[in-house]
Ligand binder design. Sequence first.
Ligand SMILES: C[S@@+](CC[C@H](N)C(=O)[O-])C[C@H]1O[C@@H](n2cnc3c(N)ncnc32)[C@H](O)[C@@H]1O
Length: 265
Amino acid sequence: MKLLKLIKRYIKYLARAKTKYNIHSPFVYDLITEVMEDKTDYPVYSKVRELKRSLLRNSNPLETIDFGAGATALPYSTKIRKIKDIAKQTEQPDKIAYLLFRIVKHFKPDTILELGTSLGISSIYFSDASPQGKITTIEGCASVASEAQNNFNKLRLKNIKVLIGNFDAILPKYLKKSNNLDFVFFDGNHRKEPTLKYFNACLLKANENSIFVFDDIHWSEGMEEAWETIKKNQKVTVTIDLFYMGIVFFKKDISKQDIILKLKL
Ligand SMILES: C[S@@+](CC[C@H](N)C(=O)[O-])C[C@H]1O[C@@H](n2cnc3c(N)ncnc32)[C@H](O)[C@@H]1O
């Protein structure tokens, strides 16, 4: 049933989506041609593919907290899961991860925040894309966060800091200490209210060059409603809906536009 609904949402997206030939904004057109369609085989791609292969073969068990339902009830329920199963469940298609990498590489944000570390794959891309950047990634499950840290150590990545705990508790503390957020990847707790709560909290530290990326904006009705609310926010100027993720810009020198984009990756 869930799959059927997702297919219906995808068909609706396809019916409304434009290609680059219908885009009038030079900013968005350049973003598509220079970044989104960049076919360079960057060295980090094969490095991460190799790491993913080893994670997908790793049968070591971890005691994990189940954040599937948002983990609002204390005490959190725990589950023994093999690393390979976590890798399989949280893995993003390579082409989508590569796109995220290229966006970060292009804009070179200094301060990067990620909600949802899992085994650290997207953080690794961010670290490679923005070696001068300061990356903070938040993960609620300590054992999974520790595996992510192992992966960062293996690759000798020094600019990623992992914060462990529920976003609800950690994010406000993190934001209190940070002045600016240049790039935020919202990739955990994909429900309407939490997504909007995290968005509004991060918005207070956004600047006109900030970029927010939301994963799974069409995953559920709630996430679609959250996306519609985000698009309407007065500070938001350009949004790009790629179905599997939504990208938000706050640029001031550009007219408001919400683009639904069909992209051949
Ligand atoms: C989709 S995975 C992240 C994948 C990762 N960004 C990547 O692409 O490699 C989402 C992660 O968010 C964590 N998570 C979900 N809800 C959370 C919450 N409320 N607080 C802290 N962590 C949470 C889960 O434990 C899970 O590891």
